[in-house]
Design a protein around this ligand. Structure first.
Ligand SMILES: *Cc1c(COP(=O)(O)O)cnc(C)c1O
Length: 223
């Protein structure tokens, strides 16, 4: 997409969302130039879906930009992921947590993570089932090199954002519930929900990170 158009899109969405909400640019399949244009216009968090793809475009931008992993993480990619990313938003199993803890300990890092919630309880989708998130948070709180910072959800895709609302509400309730439990080593600061078509509804339901690709960079089918 035209770089000026990207700058315009970033400016429009930044002025559209409240100050307490962070705009993440979901950058899968985007070029370094496109990502640079978004950063120059004020994007401070970039979402990468794959370790390999992120390695190609990763840039620290002088520490002004944070990289979040938003794609499913395989255990054999954990070492690189822990080095590259400032936050892993897709923690979805105890085995993965154990590996993240091990690899983070090896480089003396405490890895911030969000627990991915399968808010639609869809089979074949990643994420912890809603009824299990609290126990899962307690289980992973024992790892010294992982710090749980909140929750992330995708929810079942729908063209009508109103259909996403119940899944955002459901995730927010879990977020509040865990927050009220004061589990050691578990903080509920970040609620990452909403994409291009659903971010407004997600913000209404409590999201403070929205992950936006298409509305910033154009449709991926254009490529
Ligand atoms: C691609 C992606 C997004 C952004 O989706 P758009 O509809 O392009 O805004 C958000 N979250 C995740 C996990 C993604 O993979």
């Amino acid at each position: 997409m035209d770089l000026n158009q990207i700058r315009e899109n970033v400016g429009r969405i930044l002025s559209d969302i409240p100050d307490h909400v962070t705009l993440m640019a979901a950058a899968k399949k985007r070029s370094k130039e496109e990502i640079d244009a978004a950063v120059k216009s004020g994007v401070t968090v970039i979402g990468g879906n794959y370790v390999k793809e992120t390695l190609k475009v990763h840039d620290t931008y002088g520490g002004k930009v944070a990289w979040h992993l938003i794609g499913h993480l395989q255990r054999n990619k954990v070492k690189k992921a822990v080095e590259l990313f400032d936050m892993i938003e897709t923690l979805d199993s105890y085995r993965l947590a154990k590996e993240i803890d091990r690899k983070a300990a090896a480089i003396n890092k405490v890895m911030p993570v969000l627990i991915e919630v399968n808010s639609g309880e869809e089979s074949g989708k990643y994420g912890v089932m809603p009824g299990e998130v609290k126990d899962f948070a307690k289980d992973v709180s024992s790892f010294n090199n992982i710090e749980v910072r909140g929750l992330m959800t995708m929810g079942p895709f729908s063209v009508d954002p109103e259909e996403s609302r119940p899944f955002f509400i459901r995730t927010r309730k879990i977020f509040e519930d865990i927050k009220g439990c004061s589990i050691r080593n578990v903080k509920m600061d970040f609620l990452s929900m909403g994409m291009s078509n659903s971010y407004k509804v997600a913000i209404e339901e409590g999201a403070n990170i929205v992950r936006i690709g298409t509305f910033l960079f154009g449709s991926r089918s254009d490529l």
